[in-house]
Design a protein around this ligand. Structure first.
Ligand code: ADP
Length: 631
């Protein structure tokens, strides 16, 4: 007990010291008896201070460890002089309750009055072990997560990375040694001008959290979309000490979104009108830009109206009839033509292609509408053209028929008209041969005259036909020139004299002797010849025919007046038609061509022809032509 005494003396100092330190202190003597213990140590073992004083240390050691402990302690005591401090050893302690707990012990011998004491510093390790366990779990958790995790030190310059997890390395290809102690901007390479990067930079500066999507590059240079959320960690004073960055490779998602955006853009940009509507309510859920543009409705307005409003005029029953097969009979596609009504009330034809589609249990229909106004217009135009062409063809056919009729008429007329003069020429020629004697000269002369008249007549007919041919083909060329009017009239009258019937007389105009006119001489001659021949032909013997001229500054008028059979009133309207001959002339030779040609020429030269006629009294044909007369 002598050794205990030393402590008694200095008990106050000792207590004071041992209570001042934060660790548990147990003082043992060489017999391993507890000679002193501070509150902390007693508390650790859940005893009161007094309960342990004088007790052997083994009270605080679990049974299973006692043997080992005793061995260690004996060894320690043997070397105690050499081994001043021993410890840092983790051992197990036994609480009063019987609970075994981990603790750290350090032995420190000291000597008082040749007595050896051992100061044992004890620390409860339960808490630290728990923390370490927990840290270990957390670190494992960080490593096992699929998200890349970076921790940066916010207290160091340029926020160097102090931790990266395994997923980060997997994601980026950078090992921890590649990444540690660097600012995480290396992930952007040179692609720094990004909205997400700016947001991140500002958030870090302000010590705030943020979540961004940025383009990052793996160690091998591959681009990937990184969704980064940055969270600041603050200490007890509220100062940001670290930033934790959680990274997620969202390349697939971004690509999928890009694709969706691309499809949406195609949907919106399509020039066709695309409508998505509920098959039951007929309300629109989405309508593309093309549809909004053509209908004049905004998307918001379209969402307020129904399909019926757009189809303007279609009955509900009809609409049901159209849509029912789509959701009742599972018909894949329906195509129909209808009319759409714009917001401003105007309408346009459309071809609608309907397809059904389901979204979250709702049956929707996708309608692609093609504005077929142009197609319709084109079809209408085409139909119009076809109708026009058909009409033209019909007219051409009628003309062709008329022409054929005219041709056959012409052929029969020609054969008829040629027959009589040819047979009279033949007769006269035969007879001429028979009158050989000199006293038969008169008869020969008569027949020779008849032959030349026949030839003259036939030549006239042929000339008329050739004229028609030329006129029809537009080949007729007019030659305007100055000529003497009287010269032409003289010639015509002279030639006509041969045709005069007995007692017929032509009254020659007296007022044209000196007249020169600027016209087509040949045509004037042809017109006058024709009119004069008709007058002779269609007048009986002993009648007079007047030729009258009236020459003005710029117009030449002339008339041929006869006192003949005239033209029946009903035939007068047809008199200038080709091949037309009045009923009262059918016994007289003629072709019905002359007046038609005359009128044609006169009109080509800018003039006109008219007539007045009374049956059995006579006819007057008057021609007016523009001229330049020179006195
Ligand atoms: P053509 O005398 O050869 O029959 P034209 O074309 O010269 O043909 O005349 C057409 C028709 O007009 C004649 O067939 C005749 O019926 C009528 N016609 C023309 N001139 C006279 C006339 N001076 N008097 C009566 N009828 C006439």
């Amino acid at each position: 007990m002598k050794r205990m005494h030393v402590f008694d003396k200095n008990i106050d100092i000792c207590n004071l010291l041992s209570e001042a330190v934060s660790e548990g202190i147990i003082v043992l003597n060489e017999d391993q008896l507890i000679v002193s213990i501070n509150e902390k140590a007693a508390y650790l073992f859940e005893y009161t201070h007094h309960e342990l004083l004088g007790k052997p240390l083994s009270e605080l050691i679990p049974e299973k460890n006692k043997k080992i402990h005793n061995g260690h302690f004996a060894k320690y005591c043997k070397n105690i002089k050499k081994e001043k401090l021993a410890g840092g050893r983790c051992v197990e302690g036994l609480r009063k309750t019987g609970e075994v707990f981990p603790l750290n012990v350090k032995f420190n011998p000291f000597f008082v009055y040749q007595n050896t004491y051992i100061l044992v510093l004890v620390n409860d390790l339960s808490e630290r072990i728990e923390i370490e366990k927990s840290l270990d779990i957390k670190s494992k958790a960080l490593d096992s997560t699929d998200n890349g995790i970076i921790i940066s030190d916010a207290l160091e310059d340029d926020y160097p990375i102090i931790y990266v997890n395994r997923a980060f390395s997997k994601l980026t290809g950078y090992s921890p040694s590649d990444a540690l102690n660097r600012n995480c901007r290396f992930l952007q390479k040179d692609d720094n001008d990004q909205k997400g990067v700016r947001i991140m930079r500002n958030a870090i500066k302000a010590g705030k959290k943020c979540r961004v999507q940025v383009r990052n590059y793996k160690k091998d240079g591959t681009l990937f979309w990184n969704e980064i959320s940055i969270n600041p960690i603050r200490n007890n004073q509220g100062k940001v000490t670290h930033f934790v960055g959680i990274q997620n490779d969202i390349t697939k998602r971004v690509k999928a979104e890009e694709e969706i955006q691309h499809f949406l853009k195609i949907f919106d940009d399509s020039l066709n009108e695309i409508y998505v509507f509920d098959v039951k309510t007929h309300r629109f859920s989405h309508v593309n830009y093309g549809a909004q543009k053509n209908t004049g409705y905004t998307l918001r307005e379209l969402k307020k109206i129904t399909l019926e409003d757009l189809l303007g005029g279609i009955t509900k029953d009809r609409l049901r009839e159209i849509l029912d097969p789509l959701h009742l009979n599972n018909q894949k596609k329906i195509t129909f033509e209808t009319i759409f009504k714009r917001k401003d009330g105007t309408t346009y034809p459309v071809e609608v292609h309907l397809q059904s589609s389901t979204l979250g249990g709702r049956v929707l229909a996708v309608a692609i509408a093609l504005d077929i106004s142009e197609r319709k217009n084109y079809t209408q135009k085409l139909e119009k053209t076809v109708a026009q062409r058909t009409q033209e063809l019909k007219e051409a056919l009628i003309k062709e028929k008329e022409l054929n009729e005219l041709k056959s008429k012409f052929l029969s007329m020609v054969s008829h008209e040629f027959k009589t003069p040819l047979s009279s020429i033949l007769t006269s020629a035969t007879l001429v041969g028979k009158y050989c004697d000199s006293d038969q000269q008169d008869m020969r002369k008569k027949h020779l005259e008849s032959i030349s008249n026949g030839v003259y007549y036939l030549t006239g007919i042929l000339n008329d036909f050739l004229s028609i041919e030329r006129l029809e083909k537009g080949k007729e060329i007019y030659r305007l020139a100055d000529f003497s009017l009287s010269k032409v009239v003289n010639q015509v009258v002279y030639n006509a004299n041969m045709l005069l019937k007995s007692g017929q007389k032509i009254n020659y105009p007296m007022n044209i002797e000196e007249e020169m006119v600027y016209q087509d001489e040949r045509i004037i001659s042809l017109i006058l010849t024709n009119l004069l021949h008709n007058a002779i032909k269609y007048s009986p013997e002993e009648t007079e025919i007047d030729i009258k001229f009236d020459l003005q500054e710029d117009q030449l008028s002339f008339s041929v007046v006869d006192r003949g059979i005239g033209i029946p009133e009903k035939d007068q309207v047809h008199i200038f038609e080709r091949y037309f001959r009045a009923d009262n002339v059918l016994l007289t030779q003629g072709t019905g061509i002359g007046l038609n040609i005359v009128k044609f020429h006169i009109e080509n030269l800018g003039g006109n022809i008219s007539f007045k006629s009374i049956e059995n009294k006579g006819s007057t044909f008057t021609v007016k032509l523009p001229v330049n007369s020179i006195k």
